[in-house]
Design a protein around this ligand. Sequence first.
Ligand code: UT7
Length: 331
Amino acid sequence: MSKITAAITCVHGYVPERVLSNADLEKMVETTDEWITTRTGIKERRLLDTPGLATSDMGVEAVKGLLEKRGITADDIELIIFATVTPDMVFPSTACILADKIGAKNAWGFDLAAACSGFLFALQTGAQFIENGKHKKVLVVGGDKMSSIIDYTDRNTCIIFGDGLGCVLLEPNEEGNGVIDSVLKIDGNGRHFLHQKAGGSLKPPTIETVQAREHYVYQDGKSVFKFAVKGMADVSAQIMERNNLSSDDVTYLVPHQANLRIIDATAERMGLDKNKVMINIDHFGNTTNGTLPLLMWEWENKLKKGDNLVLSAFGGGFTWGAIYLKWAYTK
Ligand code: UT7
């Protein structure tokens, strides 16, 4: 019997309608469209600004679309892995809330926190349950309502992030398509450069933490940039080398969308032309756990069975890594 691999058999996404443009931000903080565009590549991002809606609600929209496209029901899902840094609540997990909202009565699941590398880590985790034969339908969700933890008076962070979510279905494949290899890394020393200071067990919420604006994302951008450029390029080159992939063999790089300059450096290290790099940072900004599935969703119609994709990410923790994936279907 041939080896079972975990293939993506469907992908879908959701972004809220409300657009926050660079021109809007010029009115909120001291910045310019020119600065944001040249330093990050971002023109606009989406915001989930309807009161009462959370990360799980974006999940409901995306998963509904996925189930319809694949022609299955929520009852067919056996496992939900939800990668997010903006869970609806500290507990229960957003996977539980999503399962309830979509009516996935036969699924178990959990949240996975690895900041911007969360979807990558969740994809590898989900793949294990397919490869070992335990499950036949695993839903991997990645997304964030970043606007819930962004300080819109801090120009260092508010220009970067946006809200959005994507999801993929993993199923067994015996043709050699799906997740082939991964290189995943963490370095907790990086926690000093990118974090949310309060709200966890180290610093529970108090009036003082709220007044000090410690429930928002803190980022030392320059330091993170330095580690991200090297980290993302290193693992992407390593996964190519390990799998004997030349730049001609790679159909697309699917990179985390933190900064266009980081993406360009990674593509350059891999020897890839611009047309082989998926980019949505210009219109969605950095959607944290949403970037990779949203990219595959937007590119789904261009992808062909057997295409070689390298997924790559870097995020808070630090966490980073790359996955080599063979696309399993042509639409
Ligand atoms: O996704 C998770 C991982 N995150 C990342 O990978 C993000 C990595 N970091 C970055 O992408 C970049 O560091 C940023 C986009 C966050 C910042 O870009 P930068 O080129 O590193 O700028 P900087 O922080 O070095 O700031 C340069 C200057 C500073 O002014 P002075 O000190 O040179 O006078 C900042 O105060 O730009 C100023 N500045 C701004 N000016 C206009 C910072 N933010 C802004 C702004 N508009 N929004």
